[in-house]
Structures are given as C-alpha cells and as structure tokens.
Ligand binder design. Structure first.
Ligand SMILES: Cc1cc2nc3c(=O)[nH]c(=O)nc-3n(C[C@H](O)[C@H](O)[C@H](O)COP(=O)(O)O)c2cc1C
Length: 406
C-alpha cells in the first residue's frame, strides 16, 4: 500500500496528503500535506507530529511500511493545532501510555482539544533531549512561531530540523523534496504561507533565526509540517525567511480595490498605467470576494509581501468602504505588515457620490496596519473625468519615483 519516503538512514516521512483541501482558515490552497516523521533509532522509534483528524490511516499505513506502528516508543507533538495533533487521540488509544513530548503550554492546549486524562504527556523545555540509541532529538521552544505552544525538534546526527509550521508550504504534490518540486515553486508556496501566517511574527522569526544560528549546529535538511522538505535549498528558505521578515521587497506595487459602477476601477487603471510607465512591476487585484483568479485576499497579501507599495481603493457605500474592501482591510490590520523591518508605502483612492468617506477610512486602516500612507489619498465625485484620470496617472508616476528612490 502506501509507502514512507526516506530522508536519511532511519528517518522517514510518514505524513498524509490532503489533495482536496481548497480553503484552510480562509487561505486558498491547492491541497496540502500533514507531514509526520518517523525516526527509528537503535533503541527507540519516535513519531514526530501526526495529521488532521481523518488522515490517521495514511500515517499508520506509511509507518507500517517501515515498522509495526505498535512498536512506536514515543511521540513528539511540536504543535497543538488540529492539523498536526488530530491523530493523537487514535495514537494514544493504540499505544496506551505512550509518552507524548510537548511544551508546557501544549499540555493545556491539548487538554482543551481532546480528553487527555489518560495521556502520558511529558513536558520538555529548550535544550532537553530524547535519546533513541544512535540518534538524539533535541527540543527548542519556539513560542509564537506560530502559536504559544510551538516548538522545534532537532535531530543532531542527521542535521535535520523539524520546525513544524515554520518554513512550511501548503501544496499537495507527489513530490516530497524541494528539488523535486523545483526551487522556484517551493519558495513561491513558502512565500504565500509566510505572507498569510508569519508576517505578524517577523520580529520573532529574526530573533529565532539568530538563536538557531548562534547554536552553531549544522542544518542539512529542514522538514516542515506542510509541503516539501528542504534538502537542496535549506539555505535559500532560511535566507528567504530573513528577507521576508526584514521586508526586503521589489520595485513593485500591488493595487487592490473593488468597484460598483466602474469609477474606482478607472482610477485603479490610471494609477497602474502611471506606476508601470514609471518602471514598477504592477499587480492589479479586483477583490470581488476572491472570485477572480489570483485575487483572493490570501493571494493579494502574498503579492504585497514583496511589493514596496500597496494602493487600496473603494467607492463609498452608505458612508463606508465596500464590504469586500472592509474584509481585506481587516485581514491586513491583523497581519500588521508594519512589523516587517522595512515599512511599506500606501495610498488610498476611490469614488463617491457627494460626501464620501471611504478613502479616509482606508488611509486610517492602512496606518493601523503600520503602512506609511502618502497624503490624504485621492477621491473623486462619481466618474473620474479626463483631468482626474490624468491626476491618477501622475500619482502612479510619482509613486514609482518614490519607490525607486528607496
Ligand atoms: C447603495 C449605494 C450607496 C451609496 N452610498 C454613498 C454614500 O454613503 N456616500 C457617497 O458619497 N456616495 C455613495 N454612493 C455613491 C457611490 O459612491 C458613487 O456612485 C461612486 O461613484 C461609485 O463608485 P464605483 O463606480 O467605483 O462603484 C452610494 C451608491 C450606492 C449604489
């Protein structure tokens, strides 16, 4: 039946592939994997993480292709979120009394998700080790990367880091390794993951990368809990996390908006023309509740991550921004791109029928998100005339000049 994939001598991927997942907490994705790993030492066999509930059979079948699942001596739970801990109840029933190693905060969190009364939860702290005979696991707490309970596990003998969600990507594929899926595709899925989950944690990422660097340990492979395993491009994903956290970005602008009757759309087009003629790479995203290819909010923030500027537009509807724009702004405020070391530039625009207000609200929201907003934005009454479209074009050109001078 299903087979495990070998990472190194005695180290196996025994995860599950969820080919059909298209929406995970509002993030659009082409399926994903729940990566579990089996480490077979001369004295102990350990399972690192499990899977989303309902995928346990895949994990158990893959384990069975290497060892009898009943011979698992211990489980490591790097993170309590259900996509990694969902298989624990079944494992705990199958292996009564099996020690489950996790952080102190994870003990409480697991207790909120499952009936853990009979589980043998073992609290570990940074620096604690678990000897498996010829192999040793070392634990490293990683609070808020990405939940308070998270931790990394390191296998010294094979220089493999199991960082759970960090460095992950949502992709369901037959390929298990970065060089099989391809470096660009792997990094691009990782960028989407970072943009949607890691932006608010950027300062913590930089600290953790410093801490791991300071340990002086070798990292030959990074085996995250979703997506492909970094075995040929571990250095590239580490560098990408550093760059993304620092806000390193391209001479690029992302223009996001929605429109009822096309006036705000005309403004967006003129702004895009100006920015393009000014030499910027331009992405234009019409929100429409994410129904347009590449314009779901989770795609837009991925474009924003490596853009130096973001322009957001909305007409005024009952003194408010359009609900689609409001939803995007709420998501943006939560992600707080202002936490990236290098700030992004913002500009608000839109059309109204007399008294407006949407542009002011967009500017305030962008400021709350930590974006450096240029002026008061640009608001027109109903359809922009030729002069107003020219003004938008010039605003795009001026923005390009500003971005290129950064
Ligand atoms: C249901 C509805 C409510 C509106 N509410 C306001 C409003 O509160 N304030 C305002 O200035 N204009 C209001 N307008 C006018 C629009 O903002 C105006 O038509 C604008 O040009 C639409 O831009 P768009 O073509 O990009 O959708 C409203 C329009 C509609 C259809």
């Amino acid at each position: 039946m299903m087979k495990a994939t070998q990472l190194a001598e005695g180290v196996w991927w025994v995860g599950a592939i969820d080919w059909n997942l298209r929406d995970y907490h509002g993030y659009t994705l082409p399926g994903t994997t729940y990566n579990a790993y089996l480490v077979v030492g001369t004295e102990k066999t350990v399972l690192i993480d499990t899977c989303y509930p309902g995928f346990e059979e895949q994990v158990l079948c893959r384990v069975a292709s290497v060892v009898d699942p009943k011979t698992i001596d211990a489980i490591v739970a790097n993170h309590i979120e259900v996509d990694h801990s969902g298989g624990l109840p079944k494992m705990a029933r199958m292996l009564p009394g099996v020690p489950i190693y996790c952080t102190e905060i994870a003990v409480k969190g697991l207790g909120r998700h499952y009936d853990t009364q009979d589980w043998n939860l073992q609290v570990v702290k940074t620096g604690d080790t678990l000897a498996l005979g010829n192999k040793t696991l070392t634990f490293l707490e990683a609070p808020m990367l990405h939940w308070p309970d998270s931790m990394f596990t390191y296998l010294a003998e094979d220089e493999i880091l199991f960082p759970n969600d960090a460095f992950g990507q949502h992709i369901a594929s037959s390929e298990r390794f970065d060089d099989e899926l391809g470096k660009d595709a792997s990094l691009s899925h990782a960028q989407k993951f970072f943009a949607n989950l890691i932006i608010p944690l950027a300062p913590k990422v930089l600290k953790k990368l410093d801490q791991v660097g300071g340990l002086g340990i070798g990292i030959s492979m990074i085996a995250p809990s979703h997506g492909v395993i970094w075995r040929s491009h571990a250095g590239d994903i580490l560098q990408a996390y550093t760059d993304w956290s620092k806000g390193v970005s391209k001479e690029k602008v992302t223009i996001v908006y929605d429109t009822m009757h096309g006036s705000t759309d005309r403004m967006a087009q003129a702004l895009a023309d100006g920015a393009m003629d000014g030499g910027l790479e331009v992405k234009v995203c019409l929100l429409r509740d994410g129904r347009y290819e590449g314009c779901h909010r989770s795609d837009i923030v991925t474009e924003m991550l490596d853009s130096k500027a973001i322009l957001i537009g909305s007409p005024t509807l009952e003194d408010e921004v359009l609900p689609t724009v409001a939803g995007f702004l709420s998501y943006l405020r939560g992600l707080s791109p202002g936490l990236l070391a290098q700030k992004k530039i913002g500009f608000a625009f839109g059309s109204h029928g007399g008294h407006g207000g949407a542009v002011k609200q967009i500017g305030e929201s962008m400021q709350k998100a930590g974006i450096e907003v240029l002026g008061d934005g640009y608001e027109v009454t109903f359809r922009p005339d030729a002069d107003e479209r020219e003004a938008c074009y010039r605003a795009g050109l001026a923005l390009a000049e500003r971005v290129r001078s950064l």
